[in-house]
Design a protein around this ligand. Sequence first.
Ligand SMILES: Cc1cc2nc3c(=O)[nH]c(=O)nc-3n(C[C@H](O)[C@H](O)[C@H](O)COP(=O)(O)OP(=O)(O)OC[C@H]3O[C@@H](n4cnc5c(N)ncnc54)[C@H](O)[C@@H]3O)c2cc1C
Length: 252
Amino acid sequence: MKVVVCVKQIPDPASPYTLEADSHWLVRPSEQVLDDTDRYGVEMGLQLAQANEGSVTLVSMGPAGNMQGIRQALAMGADKAVVVDDSTLRGADALTTARILAKAIANEGFDLVIAGTESTDGYSGVVPQMIAELLDVPALTYATTVDLSPDAVSIHRQTDLGYDVVNASLPALVTVTAGVVEPRYPTFKGIMEAKKKPVETFSIADLGLEPTIEQTVAAITAAPERTAGEKIEDEGEAYLRIVEKLEEVKVI
Ligand SMILES: Cc1cc2nc3c(=O)[nH]c(=O)nc-3n(C[C@H](O)[C@H](O)[C@H](O)COP(=O)(O)OP(=O)(O)OC[C@H]3O[C@@H](n4cnc5c(N)ncnc54)[C@H](O)[C@@H]3O)c2cc1C
């Protein structure tokens, strides 16, 4: 069972993001971390591979930098990583990202692809479904549980009212929600072993693809400052003011 997990390296959310003055593109420093969303995908991949005598391959697109995010996922227990790092991909839009990842995944071969529902920095939430379309496999999204058998996968798909049971035959792609599993922390042994695990780096020419960067960021505006809320002193009828407020914002 070959499980491929899409993992994104992102600038550390703890430090403020910077945008390039001219292009307004996100500056991706060498120091990047594993997108927290993808820790759940890696953990789910490890559990499914271990239960099905399989392997876990990580696939990532973006500036490799010091590989800290990739090594973090390898230290959790993944077997190897494939990184597509090419300066012509700067400012790549979601469709370009999906094309690159789909090609790298197809080259690797796979039974199941796992991705997060949305990343922490771009959070367009569309890349996995695009990858599935490009690979011509079913996309089972927003999984809160995943059951895998040698030739099929079944998920509980999160809905507003609870969940739907969605089944498909393999190969397939699944997106997992945060909290679907409890990601393990890398052990010291895992961190040491990760240093020796194979990481293959490709340019887009290696994948036989052309750079197709169409998106440009015309302008950026800062989000409006959040104003301090209204303080309501409760002298027994505060609930009336709260009901009024809720009516004002048409919640009730
Ligand atoms: C602030 C900001 C705004 C943007 N706005 C747009 C926009 O409006 N339109 C547009 O087309 N692009 C936009 N982009 C670019 C887009 O974010 C990138 O193309 C990005 O690489 C993929 O999209 P995402 O992070 O939104 O993916 P999502 O679909 O949110 O990611 C879901 C999952 O897909 C996988 N995945 C996504 N990217 C990668 C990757 N590079 N490597 C490995 N796995 C990955 C991960 O498992 C991730 O959890 C924006 C980027 C930023 C930082």
